[in-house]
Design a protein around this ligand. Structure first.
Ligand SMILES: [Zn+2]
Length: 444
């Protein structure tokens, strides 16, 4: 529907070849080593005559920016993707996670979904824009970053501090949502993340007197920490429904069986219903501030009372909750002035409002989705993890986190897991989908 006669099977074959070689470049972070990946992408882009720059924020680390300029000076569209991947436990995989292996219509490998596959689909859109000399009203920027999986300090954050034109973008397409399929292969819905939870990790510390394990006393760090932990894990954070989440449930209410969803439109009214929702871990995380104790440390020797005991919490807040206010509330619950709460600033993120759904990129995704799957439900939602989009939302650049991959719940679980894979069909479909979206937003 773009007026160009593109050989989509050829595009899928080319994307497949590129992805196989991209997967073979091991960018496990840490350490990252994105430079080799950036040089690989640079080779493909410059061969087509696309203006491409590789940046080296730290030794061996790399970001890449490629630009196809637009004529009318409208705000740029950024196709954002990260080159680094999370570690793979190679002995738990059926295939070499960095082998770029194809079997039964799937490419297996770390990063096939998160997110080298999406990166390649975005790359294909760039190549097609260039090959067909499509006139553009705005710059289309392909931005491949380092370090997303470990906080983005050398990646998106670093690039935003150095490249002013990134700050002028009108919209960013990133990863987060997808096209969710039911187990029987039918479409469930499209979800586009417009917001993410706020990272507010912290360490709880109890201090006390040391002593011999044979003579317990009242000022024990371990006992104090256990009491504090008990109060925190027993506490039920209240249910809070922020606007994109309300919209999400109300949209799902239109497609799921009524017995599952009666009440989706109005979850705040019925607390009993909220209790049912919180049994689903994803829904629970979408409607509550969560605090998860993950690291406990105390003691070296069984007969010595340690003077210090700590617990680290992975805490994720809903947008709109301030971490200061939340920590103050936790102090009240703990009710022990000798216990300290220390935020872990290296992972902290800011509380940012959701990106608006009245943006041309959001509209374009909806329109292309309706053409591919007439009558489908497309909904905004909140992701519980963190992506590079937060650095753009911080400076009020709207971000839409969406990969046009058709995935079942179980496929989705392969992200960061074993045997991560993407079907060739999905890779081809995503390449076509993204090209059509980019064409809608930028051609003219
Ligand atoms: Zn990712």
């Amino acid at each position: 529907m773009t007026g160009y006669h593109i050989d989509w099977q050829g595009v899928q074959d080319e994307a497949t070849e590129i992805l196989i070689n991209y997967i073979r470049i091991n960018t496990t972070n840490p350490p990252g080593n994105e430079m080799e990946a950036a040089r690989f992408l640079e080779g493909i882009l410059t061969r087509e005559g696309i203006e491409t720059t590789v940046y080296e924020p730290a030794s061996g680390r790399a970001n890449l920016m490629a630009v196809i300029p637009g004529k009318k000076g409208e705000k740029p569209l950024i196709l954002l993707n990260h080159m680094d991947v999370v570690p793979a436990e190679e002995d738990k995989w059926d295939f070499d996670p960095f082998g770029g292996i194809i079997k039964d219509g799937y490419i297996y490998g770390r990063g096939t979904i998160d997110m080298k596959g999406k990166g390649v689909a975005e790359l294909m859109a760039m190549l097609l824009l260039q090959r067909y000399r499509i006139p553009l009203k705005r710059d289309v920027i392909f931005l491949a970053t380092a370090d997303e999986e470990v906080g983005g300090k050398w990646g998106a954050k670093w690039m935003l501090e150095r490249e002013p034109r990134l700050k002028e973008a009108g919209c960013v397409l990133n990863e987060g949502g997808c096209i969710l399929m039911r187990d029987d292969g039918a479409l469930d819905h499209y979800e586009i993340a417009t917001a993410q939870k706020v990272v507010a990790q912290f360490v709880l510390k109890a201090a006390g007197k040391t002593g011999h394990g044979s003579m317990p006393h009242d000022d024990s760090a371990t006992v104090k920490l256990i009491k504090a932990l008990h109060r925190l894990v027993e506490w039920e954070p209240p249910v809070t429904i922020i606007p994109p989440v309300r919209e999400y449930f109300s949209n799902l209410g239109t497609i799921k069986a009524t017995k599952e969803t009666s009440g989706y439109e109005d979850i705040e009214v019925d607390p009993a219903y909220a209790a049912i929702l919180t049994a689903n871990t994803q829904y629970n995380a979408m409607i509550k501030n969560t605090l998860t104790p993950t690291i406990l440390k105390a003691g070296q020797k069984v007969n010595v009372i340690p003077s210090e005991a700590t617990a680290a919490f992975d805490c994720r807040l809903l947008p709109g909750t301030s971490s200061e206010a939340f920590f103050a509330q936790l102090r009240e619950i703990i009710a022990d002035d000798t216990i300290t709460i220390t935020p872990m600033p290296e992972f902290e993120s800011k509380s940012l409002p959701a990106s608006p759904t009245d943006n041309e990129l959001y509209d374009a995704i909806v329109q292309v989705a309706q053409r591919k799957d007439p009558g489908c439900v497309v909904t905004p939602f909140l992701i519980t993890g963190a992506t590079d989009s937060r650095f753009f939302r911080e400076i009020e650049v709207p971000c839409y986190d969406f990969s046009p991959f058709r995935l079942r719940q179980e496929d989705h679980k392969l992200v960061h897991g074993h045997n991560e894979r993407i079907s060739l069909e999905n890779l081809g479909f995503a390449s076509e989908f993204i090209f059509e979206v980019v064409h809608k937003v930028a051609a003219g």
